[in-house]
Write a protein that binds this ligand. Sequence first.
Ligand SMILES: C[S@@+](CC[C@H](N)C(=O)[O-])C[C@H]1O[C@@H](n2cnc3c(N)ncnc32)[C@H](O)[C@@H]1O
Length: 255
Amino acid sequence: MWNDNDGTAKPWLRKYISDQQDVASYWNQPDILLTDTTNATPEQVRKDPMAGWGGWTPDGMIELIDDFRRKVSLCDGTPSRERFDATVMELGCGGGQICWSWHTYKERYGLVGDIIGIDHAPGAIEVAQIRMPDESFYCVGADDTVELAKLFGWGGIDVIYTLTCLQHNSAHKLKLIFDNVHRLLAEGGFLWLVNELTIDSEAYVGVYHPEAEMSPWLTDLRGSHGTATWWIGFIADHGFELLSYEKSSYIFRRI
Ligand SMILES: C[S@@+](CC[C@H](N)C(=O)[O-])C[C@H]1O[C@@H](n2cnc3c(N)ncnc32)[C@H](O)[C@@H]1O
């Protein structure tokens, strides 16, 4: 079959999925976990939850979260404090470093309600849950409609965010994912999408600028794809309106 006994993909499949990157077995490979999603083993994070921390600090992310809150309250007219007494879910949370930032935010300001992380790689969820025993992590695909309905029911989440995750999924899976996001979110809830190029955009200056390209399926070496035009049109078709767009960071409201 496709997997060896330890859950890693067979070599012939590995080449295909390292190009596509939209199956759990790619993300659950021990070397990928250690270089891209958790950056530490369960044993290491048991000793120190910050072991193997990724490229940004909780404080840096808190600035991003503040920016998100500010934009939402500007666009929405709702006081941001009320907005963030909210259930927040991350799609593709990996080892939980962004959830950690929301968690820190909650401890500091008391503004966020439940924090839920989902990821289809069991090795990532294990690490995230060790890092934050008080928050909730589930091993489930964002495209798995049946399992999501069982776990969460529909319409109960206020904010769904996702960073450097969805651009790794095929267009077919993205259709399922945005339908599921629409079902999971409460009416008027927010989707905050950040894809790879937001974080890496400085590295692309003068080299590659997909927003300037009109090709809808431009793909870079990391598997990022889709222009802003493509993402906005695609997501709007799933029942969302765009509130804000800046450098591959998109805020939508569910309608
Ligand atoms: C590059 S990592 C980013 C992890 C985390 N968002 C962060 O920034 O630290 C991408 C993660 O998305 C997860 N992922 C990709 N597609 C997914 C899907 N359809 N459902 C659930 N998780 C997914 C992968 O397993 C992986 O852990």
